[in-house]
Design a protein around this ligand. Structure first.
Ligand code: ADP
Length: 280
């Protein structure tokens, strides 16, 4: 990996991002992810370099950093989604609640059931209704019990703050919804299989400010039940929405701390330069 080289920042100016009250993680809690010396290559190209981090359970962790620094790659490694790209290789250890997610013989489909994902662009299945979109994961797992499916449908749509808007037209196509509603539908689809973790890769980047603030409110509710890891290039969003923030640069984890601390009093000059908008 190339060395990170940026000018050292002056220390006086502080970032103007709003920093809300975050839940700090107590020392007694066991982390959702425990990641040690984790590296990832696309062919010969190294994208992640020796990442060691503990991601707390039932908190929101934001991943920030300039384009190309490995944010999405890191997120996709958390549920082995990068393996859909041929020629990838990893080294190191990545555990979810103590289970080695890269253990031999572990089916990636099981990993992805435990670690759900929502993408930048909402992607409801175009031929499916709202209801079918939410239930597709359960149906693929062979579940046919109508009462159970109905219950999970309502639960998932309530959790994703969409139930009241769609309950009277569940048979309409998923793609008939607005952009923000479609993204919440994708969140409902991810939640329907009851994952332990929800990964979100720039979930608001295609949305208008109103739809964005709905998703951000939803993220605050989701952390009551789930561990959320969100990649965002929007520092205000990271500051508003997360308890912890990890700053990545050139494939390395530069700093990881409580969000308030990382944005107002970062320990590393590269972090400070980035949060002050000096590069990226
Ligand atoms: P970010 O999300 O921070 O923009 P990425 O994780 O997408 O960064 O990319 C990290 C690095 O890995 C970049 O140098 C990028 O070019 C490279 N990369 C990402 N995806 C692939 C791929 N499918 N094949 C080869 N290189 C890739």
């Amino acid at each position: 990996m190339p060395e990170a080289s940026i000018a050292p920042p002056p220390t006086s100016t502080r970032p103007s991002v709003p920093v809300p009250a975050q839940r700090s993680s107590g020392p007694e809690e066991s982390p959702a992810f425990e990641i040690r010396d984790f590296s990832l290559w696309y062919g010969a190209r190294q994208a992640l370099d020796n990442i060691t981090i503990k991601i707390p359970a039932r908190r929101v962790t934001a991943i920030i950093g300039p384009s190309g620094c490995g944010k999405s790659t890191f997120l996709r490694a958390l549920n082995r989604m990068h393996e859909v790209t041929p020629g990838t290789r990893i080294k190191g250890s990545l555990k979810l609640f103590g289970d080695d997610l890269y253990g031999s013989g572990l089916d990636p489909a099981i990993v992805r059931r435990r670690v759900g994902m929502v993408f930048q662009k909402s992607n409801p299945f175009p031929t499916m209704s709202i209801e079918e979109n939410v239930l597709v994961g359960l149906r693929l797992n062979g579940i046919r019990d109508r009462a159970f499916l109905n219950q999970r449908l309502e639960e998932s749509l309530r959790l994703s703050a969409l139930w009241e808007e769609v309950k009277d037209h569940l048979r309409r196509p998923g793609v008939s919804l607005s952009g923000g509603q479609q993204q919440r539908l994708c969140i409902a689809r991810a939640l329907a299989v009851q994952p332990e973790v929800l990964l979100m890769d720039e979930p608001c980047s295609a949305l208008d400010p109103l739809a964005t603030s709905k998703i951000e409110e939803l993220i605050q509710l989701l952390r009551e039940k789930f561990t959320v890891v969100i990649v965002t290039h929007n520092m205000q969003q990271a500051a508003r929405s997360s308890d912890k923030t990890a700053f990545f640069y050139l494939g390395r984890l530069i700093e990881f701390d409580d969000t308030g601390k990382l944005f107002t009093n970062p320990a590393n000059p590269q972090t400070e330069a980035y949060v002050l908008g000096r590069f990226g």
